[in-house]
Structure formats: C-alpha cells, structure tokens
Design a protein around this ligand. Structure first.
Ligand SMILES: [Zn+2]
Ligand SMILES: [Zn+2]
Length: 353
C-alpha cells in the first residue's frame, strides 16, 4: 500500500477536508493514474452527507468522485491497454464479478456484484473504495477508459458520469436523425442530453421551467425551447415526441410529459426524485407509451461514448475550481448555481499540507 493525498468527509455533517488515504500498489492488471481533473456529481454530495442512507449508507471517511481524468503513471506486468504517460479515465465502476450474465453481455452497470468507485466494499484491499478527490487512483485495466487526445481534459471529466448517463439511454432507444427528442431540465445531465441528441441528428426540444435558460439551450444545440408551465406552448407539441430524456430530480408532473409522446414513445428517467412519481395509467395505455429509467452504462458503451465525443468534439460546460473550494461548490450545487458542472483541478491538492 502507499499513501495518497485526498479530500474526505469524516461525517454526514462535517465539511470535506484534506486527509491521507491508503491505496493498493498496482498489481499485475492494475493501472495507476495521477488524477488531473475530477468532476463533482450531485451523487457525491448525497453520499458525503449520507442522504441516501436507506439504499447506500455512507461509510466514513468518504472520498467522493467518479468523474476522473488523468495520466497513467505506472502499470502492472499484465497491462496491455495502457502505458505510462497515456491519458486515462475512470467512471462510476472500478470492478464487477465478470462472470454473471450482465457482465458477459457488457452490462457491468447491472452486475449484482459490481464495485462502485467510492463508498463500495473494496474486495481487493478491504474497507471501502475511495474516489477521485485524490491525487491518484489504482484501477484494473478493464475498468479504465481511453481518452480521445483532442478533447479538453477538464470538460471530459463529467462525461464519465453525466455523459454516459445521458448517452446510454439515447443509444439504447435509438435516438437518431429524423426523431423528435425532448430533454427535460437544463442542469449537469440535461446540458449533456441536449448536446448528444443534437450530435445524433435528432430534432431537440428542451423543456424547462426557467425562461432564462432559452438562449443557453439553443447555444448547446436545442432546436426549440418549451416553457413547461406554459399550457399553450405544451399543447403545440402534444403527441409528437419519439423519446424524452427526463433529467429532473425534483418532484414534477410526469403525466404532462407523457402527453407529449407519440405512439410507442418513451420517457426515460435519469434523475431520481425523492418522492414516487404518480402515473395515470391511461396516459400509458393510449399510445402504448413507455416510462423507463437508466443508470450510467457499461464499459464498452462508455468507451463508445468517449469516442463519439472525440469524433464530434463534445465536452461538458464546466466551472473549474481548486479543491479548497469544494464545500462552497457543494452549497452552490444545492442551489443549482453552476453552468453546468463543477470540475476540480487536482493540481490544487498539491498545495495542501
Ligand atoms: Zn455521478
Ligand atoms: Zn457481473
């Protein structure tokens, strides 16, 4: 084991602070990565504050971060995918059992025995896994992604969670040229959803409650913007969408959105509202409509997403912060006061004692 600088929460109510953690030395299939940038996902905040205690109780100290981009510093003897000096990325998963039916088909995100990048039992070193708010990480090569050389590295970090979370359902449900696609909410997820739907060639409509987001939505690739509180604007689009990506994690009217779908249309949830949504069955029956959900993506699909971003020059719109400002960033995240993702410049961690 070796020591690495990191930022951790020591309880649900304590701010994140500088600390030292133990990482395993790279074994034969491992890649050691010097972390250059780490995105701040809303899950980081929920987890640091133990707000998902019913499903994923937090083990302290907790080192969040699963939008990791860096440079390979060391490889194990059996590593063939990377060499020292290569760019590399790590998302929400660092391991899985590799033997279950889901893993065999490349759906590691559904493996019943996966290991999440942080706050997950660490089958290799004991304790729990520690995430990307750290100077380095050691991950099995199968779970390390390649980063296209043309992409801005800070803007690439959020692709590892916000990017794959929005790309995967669009890929799965066949968003392409000729389809009319809605994206609900323009935050960290929604702004990626708009970029992907546009790059895939769809006619993109952003649904928002904030008229102030109109210009930004158009700049990001939306063809039209609908203010979802305006009944007339909503009525104009009723029954016309093939697919809607619902990125809202606050309580909202899912029945109004179901009314936007055409026959066989689908709404996919990627946000996670705390309260159960209330769905009127008739809104699904007439038009044979579907309501679905999707979490992150598998390794092969995540690489495909990164390659697609490389080919289309897609990155997230980010605000770069030093790690010393992470608690401030969390407070602003609660107020949705960021365009559109915070990314930590990990060089700042070197300045801590
Ligand atoms: Zn995330
Ligand atoms: Zn598995």
């Amino acid at each position: 084991m070796y020591n690495a600088k990191a930022y951790s929460a020591s309880s649900a109510t304590s701010p994140l602070a500088s600390t030292t953690i133990a990482r395993r030395d790279p074994t034969e299939n491992d890649v050691q990565i010097e972390i250059l940038f780490c995105g701040i996902c809303h899950s980081d905040l929920h987890q640091a504050r133990n707000e998902w205690s019913a499903v994923f109780p937090t083990v302290y100290p907790c080192v969040p971060g699963h939008e990791i981009v860096g440079r390979v510093t060391k490889i194990g003897s059996a590593v063939t995918k990377f060499k020292a000096g290569d760019l590399a990325a790590v998302g929400c998963l660092v391991d899985s059992d590799r033997t279950c039916p889901e893993c065999k088909q490349g759906f590691e995100q559904f493996c019943p025995n996966f290991t999440l990048t942080y706050n997950s039992p660490d089958k290799r070193s004991g304790g729990v896994t520690y995430g990307g708010y750290s100077e380095s990480i050691v991950v099995d090569q199968k779970f390390v992604l390649k980063v296209p050389a043309n992409l801005d590295l800070a803007g690439t970090a959020p692709l590892l969670c916000a990017g794959i979370t929005t790309y995967s359902p669009m890929h799965h449900w066949g968003v392409t040229k000729g389809k009319k696609v809605g994206v609900v909410g323009l935050g960290g997820l929604g702004h990626m959803g708009v970029k992907f739907a546009h790059a895939l060639g769809a006619h993109v409509v952003l649904f928002t409650t904030s008229p102030g987001k109109k210009d930004d939505a158009i700049r990001l690739g939306a063809d039209e913007v609908v203010i979802s509180r305006n009944a007339d604007e909503m009525a104009k689009h009723a029954g016309s969408f093939d697919f809607i990506l619902d990125c809202v994690s606050a309580d909202h009217d899912i029945n109004a959105l179901l009314g936007m779908l055409r026959r066989d249309g689908n709404i996919c949830l990627v946000g996670a509202p705390e309260k159960p949504l209330s769905v009127a069955a008739f809104n699904l029956l007439f038009g044979r409509k579907s309501l679905s959900g999707s979490p992150i993506g598998g390794l092969a699909e995540t690489q495909q997403m990164l390659d697609f971003c490389g080919a289309n020059n897609i990155t997230a719109d980010v605000e770069i912060i030093p790690i010393q400002k992470v608690n401030e960033a969390y407070d602003r995240l609660v107020k949705a006061n960021v365009k559109y993702r915070f990314v930590i410049d990990m060089a700042s961690l070197k300045k801590t004692a």
